[in-house]
Design a protein around this ligand. Structure first.
Ligand SMILES: Cc1cc2nc3c(=O)[nH]c(=O)nc-3n(C[C@H](O)[C@H](O)[C@H](O)COP(=O)(O)O)c2cc1C
Length: 527
């Protein structure tokens, strides 16, 4: 789904702000244990840590805990020096990127549908081969469906799942730099693609660094999907096309797309057939456990997919992704990996099996090892979503099988990369800087949830555990852990210059909240 259009022009980072190199002012923070942790027996400590685990609270070392009872205020607020923006070092966008015209990085991007094609789509002059209203491939029983397709091997890879708004091209470049093997574009709606909406087509763009790249399409009918696939196949540069069967948003489900497809196997068959007729690459299906918690539907749907894939030829369906939650569960409970294992096992032994790739709650190598044990029959592709948003270096941790105690300045370097890639992609004029900032802020609404490894009493950090108030090992670490969006704006100013006076920001995704304690999430939130 296309994200926002270009916003009002922003001010250029001023020379005055760029020269402000003084470190943020330190303010008094009341620590819970000012003289360090009181002595504790090993048994008492183990019991305390178990109690925190049961309450979904992160076990942060005592010397970093902040006393929130005294004064009642948010001590991190003081520590982060909010309101001290002018005193923070502010960087300008790289000079070479600040020329007007096309964004500097455009030459390195492929999968761009030419403007005249988009125009023809908009004017409804594009000559589609797929007839409007058709429900099955015109050549259903003829060989073209059985064409040879370039295979995609997900086994042993780290895959960054589609992420609406936040999974943009600059973010994926960052993830690729940190070891992601496979990336995917944000969900694009076929009706919007077929109408030639350029903001929707922009979601399909790929950077040359993305080694293996898929796009995710959402459709409710075979003809919608087939038409979009025609254009994707002709002008795109993709290794696979993923069908969205998990989007919980009413706007999509009420029309029969997204998670609603979990209950419409005939439609899925039609979409698959009409898509494959037009594509020279394989398809993948990304589904949920079901619509409601019960009955569970993914094992039945994956069974159908296995049979269809057998019929439509080798390489037609590369794999099935199963997000271990139902549409209605959102993030209110842990992903059900035991059920993902059931989906993998339920396939028919008499015909070739599809790789089933589980998804949900992978935030560390320890998590990944645990999921492998729970679901040994699934494909060993680590599919990341919020874990990649909160810890963009997670692919490195998985490849190197370790927990990385990354420093705050290294994390700021990651954001510096994003700012550079963002200006490459969106342009370095006022509009480009504004968009880059918006998307950086959206990302920061997830990034701040990271708790540094060095502060934890027991590893790893779990996706849904809430941290108590804590200070970092330095001011930057404290600032980066702030859950106040004004602090995220401060971070954005360190990279992209000052915001205009009337600037405000509210994150789009509610999914950044902690599921375990969040009962306010709406069905419109991702998950
Ligand atoms: C911000 C956000 C955006 C998402 N956008 C998409 C999307 O466009 N398409 C999709 O199939 N899933 C989307 N998802 C779901 C994820 O791909 C993934 O299946 C889910 O978050 C479970 O993985 P996790 O527990 O590791 O986060 C999104 C999730 C989040 C948090």
């Amino acid at each position: 789904m296309a994200s926002e259009a270009c916003e009002a022009p922003m001010t250029e980072p001023s020379e005055a702000s760029a020269d402000a190199t003084a470190p943020p002012q330190k303010e008094k923070v009341v620590l819970l244990f000012p003289d360090g942790a009181p002595p504790e027996t090993a048994e008492a400590k183990a019991a305390r840590l178990d109690e925190l685990k049961a309450k979904h609270i992160q076990p942060i070392k005592r010397e970093y805990l902040v006393d929130t009872s005294a004064g009642g205020g948010d001590a991190r607020e003081e520590k982060s020096g909010r309101g001290q923006n002018k005193k923070r070092p502010v960087e300008k966008p790289p000079a070479e990127a600040r020329t007007a015209g096309d964004p500097a990085g455009l030459a390195d991007e492929t999968s761009r549908v030419p403007f005249d094609v988009q125009l023809a789509l908009r004017k409804r002059e594009y000559k589609f081969l797929t007839a409007r209203g058709a429900t099955e491939a015109s050549t259903a029983s003829a060989p073209p469906l059985l064409k040879e397709r370039k295979l995609v091997d997900f086994s042993g890879k780290v895959y960054v799942a589609p992420l609406t708004t936040v999974g943009n091209l600059p973010f994926r470049r960052v993830l690729t730099k940190y070891g992601a093997d496979i990336t995917c574009g944000e969900m694009a709606l076929c009706p919007n693609l077929n109408d030639g909406q350029s903001s929707e087509w922009a979601l399909l763009r790929r950077h040359k660094d993305e080694k293996c790249f898929g796009v995710q399409l959402s459709a409710a009918h075979g003809d919608q999907f087939g038409r979009a696939c025609e254009v994707v196949d002709k002008y795109g540069d993709v290794d696979f096309v993923d069908l969205n069967m998990g989007c919980p948003i009413d706007l999509v489900c009420s029309k029969g797309g997204g998670a609603a497809l979990m209950r419409r196997n005939k439609k899925v068959r039609s979409i698959l057939e009409m898509g494959l007729e037009r594509l020279s690459v394989p398809m993948t299906l990304k589904m949920r456990t079901g619509w409601d918690e019960d009955p569970k539907l993914a094992h039945t749907m994956a069974g159908y997919a296995q049979a269809w894939a057998h019929e439509l030829g080798p390489g037609s369906v590369a794999c099935v992704f199963v997000h271990g939650r139902s549409r209605t569960a959102r993030y209110s409970r842990a992903a059900n990996w035991a059920y993902v294992e059931t989906v993998a096992r339920c396939q028919d032994d008499a015909i070739p099996k599809l790789p089933i790739i589980g998804n949900g709650d992978i935030m560390s190598y320890a998590d990944w090892e645990e999921k492998r044990k729970t679901a040994p029959s699934t494909c060993d592709c680590a599919m990341l979503a919020r874990g990649a948003l909160i810890k963009p270096w997670l692919p490195t941790e998985l490849h190197e099988k370790r927990a990385w105690d990354i420093s705050a300045s290294e994390r700021l370097d990651i954001l510096r990369d994003f700012a550079k890639f963002g200006l490459d992609h969106w342009g370095a004029d006022d509009c480009g800087v504004g968009r880059c900032r918006r998307f950086l802020l959206e990302w920061l609404s997830f990034l701040h949830r990271y708790t540094p490894v060095g502060l934890l009493e027991r590893l790893p950090q779990r996706m849904n555990d809430r941290p108590p108030k804590f200070v970092g090992r330095n001011d930057l670490e404290t600032l980066m852990a702030s859950d106040d969006s004004r602090d995220w704006v401060t971070i954005s100013e360190m990279l992209l210059g000052k915001v205009p006076e009337d600037f405000s920001f509210t994150p789009k995704h509610k999914a950044n909240s902690y599921a375990a304690a969040d009962t306010t999430a709406k069905p419109t939130d991702w998950g």
